[in-house]
Design a protein around this ligand. Structure first.
Ligand code: ATP
Length: 299
């Protein structure tokens, strides 16, 4: 087993004329891991993905697969779902998935079988003979997912795969991603839906302005935040209480919310609150991924 398995991107740089799109991107997606690749609009996520795929030449940095520079042959084992969907409008659903399977090196019979299997998996079993152009945007996206998976890739790169999907398709895609990880694939996806990312991905890499700002487990990144969220549900009237270094936040009736320094002693705060009113329930937690993200990208 090589030391570094799966995808490793180091120090990627890319300039488009005046625009420095990438100024030092690091990204690791080990085999059997699902990584959320996050960043504001224009941060460089798509450019990084295109760099890994060899669709854009990079100015500097390295892309390795299982510890060696990524080759054209390695790239045949990548499944890619681009942000700008690129299907042939006049092809039929089944035909399209099978065709892309053959392009990726499958024989006729295997491509045909897989096309059937994936059309069914993404909920398009009865649309096999429909033209791509007759499908809704969300259903075209389902086809795009099937196309990315038809050759059982070792690395799956999904650029905003959840955008525009209905809740049923979101659930299917989440399941499919988990299955791919379970069979040992490396899966990286970008998304602006951070609640979804927090539920789905254990690991995230956050980029801003072409630079990797943070990488790690969601739990760790949240734990490293300099603040905590304190929430108190009161039984009866809400007293005029606030923690010494707390910043009040909007809260529903009967509830107080504060942002306090991470090193606050929760027990002391709760005791102090309980001395002023009847405390029902209390929570003291690191901020969610959305707050961590905002904090990191605004630095
Ligand atoms: P989003 O979340 O909006 O999809 P992103 O993180 O994927 O954003 P990129 O699409 O990688 O960001 O863009 C990074 C920067 O590079 C942007 O400033 C973009 O305008 C620029 N850029 C990307 N591709 C090109 C290109 N072919 N020519 C010129 N500039 C480009």
């Amino acid at each position: 087993m090589p030391m570094t398995n799966g995808l490793r991107v180091t120090g990627l740089r890319k300039r488009f004329g005046e625009i420095e799109a990438l100024r030092g991107i690091d990204l690791e997606v080990p085999r059997g891991q699902l990584v959320g690749f996050l960043g504001p609009n224009g941060a460089g996520k798509t450019t990084t993905m295109r760099g890994v795929l060899g669709l854009v030449a990079m100015d500097a940095g390295s892309v390795t697969w299982d510890g060696s520079p990524m080759t054209e042959d390695d790239r045949h084992h990548i499944g890619y779902m681009p942000q700008e969907r690129g299907l042939y409008p006049r092809m039929m659903v089944h035909e399209h998935i099978a065709y892309m399977g053959r392009l990726a090196g499958l024989d006729h019979a295997t491509a045909d079988g897989r096309a059937r299997q994936w059309a069914e998996r993404v909920g398009l079993a009865d649309r096999g003979n429909d033209l791509i152009q007759e499908l809704s945007t969300g259903n075209q996206q389902r086809v795009q997912l099937a196309v990315a998976l038809v050759h059982e890739p070792e690395l799956l790169i999904l650029d905003e795969p959840f955008a525009g999907l209905d809740p049923v398709a979101v659930a299917t895609l989440s399941e499919v991603m988990a299955e791919q990880v379970a069979r040992g694939a490396s899966v990286v996806f970008s998304s602006h839906q951070l609640d979804l990312v927090q539920d789905l991905a254990e690991h995230v890499t956050i980029v801003a302005a072409g630079v990797t700002r943070a990488t790690g487990t969601v739990t760790n990144l949240r734990a490293h935040s300099p603040v905590r969220h304190l929430e108190i549900h009161w039984n009866g009237s809400v007293p005029n209480w606030s923690p010494p270094d707390g910043e009040p936040r909007k809260a529903p009736a009967g509830v107080s919310r504060f942002v306090v320094p991470a090193d606050s002693d929760a027990a002391v705060l709760i005791a102090s609150a309980a001395a002023t009113g009847a405390v029902g329930a209390v929570s003291f937690e690191p901020p969610g991924l959305d707050d961590v993200f905002l904090e990191l990208v605004s630095r």
